[in-house]
Write a protein that binds this ligand. Sequence first.
Ligand SMILES: [Zn+2]
Length: 318
Amino acid sequence: MAIFEIGILARITWNLHSLNNEGTVGNVTEPRTVVLANGEKTDGISGEMLKHIHAYNVWLLQEDKSLFCSACQKFHPQRADLITDRTNKPGVAMKTAISSCILCDLHGFLVQRPSIGRPSTVEFGWALGIPDKTHRDIHIHARHSMVGRSREEAKTESEEQEAKTEVKEAKVEEKQVTAQMIYHRPTRSGIYALISIFQPWRIGLNEIDYQYVIEESDRKLRFQLALNAYKASLIRTDGAMTSTRLPHVEGIEGALVISEKNFPVPVVSPLTETYVTQTEELVNRERGLSIKKFSNQAQFNSLIDELLSEEIYKLNMP
Ligand SMILES: [Zn+2]
């Protein structure tokens, strides 16, 4: 048996974070808001943000950066598109990009000429706040410097005070208005439903002629790197505003779903309370599927560690 796909279904509790925002208009930063099937609005952290965090950890955890293409060595988001030889045929361009770069292979890329697209082997859905278990707030902050201080002192001081000072206090210091800026920043706390799929069977696969273009030992190394990047991404999630809104991670629970034949893993959203039992029922009906539950980060990490030594599924191509 060999690993075809891995699904991660989890509920993760983040307190007072601001990992993902719509953007900033003037001095107001708006948190992400999404609408669920029943019309209910809730808090969300985009799949793009979560995928970016995973990709960054793939880059960080690989010591030998020469195993990335020259674009990915510097973590340029264009990946293979920055460096592809435009005169190559699509199959050759795909083979070159996959064989020369771990990140291009695992996380995918788009090349404009020749026009080819490599879908990611790692997929994330939005992390969705469970509506009755998510709360948000907008805080008003002021950044101000003290009269009479040198510019450097003021700068250091303002950084320290950046996320601390209440607006009332700022009013008292009206005289310093030229150096003062009031801004509105969101914080959110809640339990978030997180889903991700990893498709090891596609590692090293040129999806133009459906041939594997790297050695099995290299496929294994990329497989292990992607798995370890999951541990790193969940043990400390680095999104937006972490310089002043580093999330208080309270807990994680959920299940890994593993497919050891060419059949997709089921993804039941952790938005629903019964996601684990529903997944168990589906897994029990299909040979080759299994489920492993976890109730904290250490258990999640050890389940991932157990997978590191597993074989990887390979298409049986003529
Ligand atoms: Zn690359």
